[in-house]
Ligand binder design. Sequence first.
Ligand code: SF4
Ligand code: SF4
Length: 61
Amino acid sequence: MLQAEIDREKCTQCLECIEVCPEGVLELVDGWPFHVYTEKCKGCATCLNMCPEDAISVVEY
Ligand code: SF4
Ligand code: SF4
């Protein structure tokens, strides 16, 4: 399974990643983008490419 991980040291909470994910995987939790629907991530890297802070990585686990 794939998971988008957010590095909070880099993230500026612009929330672009939530908007662009075509699968609706990311949601806002306590002001931070959070990978909620793990089983739905397709690893398309749209969020990763969109993030202006390079704060997202997609990992397999
Ligand atoms: S696009 Fe990047 S900087 Fe913006 S909320 Fe998502 S992880 Fe944070
Ligand atoms: S890799 Fe694609 S499907 Fe997975 S969270 Fe990012 S934009 Fe959504």
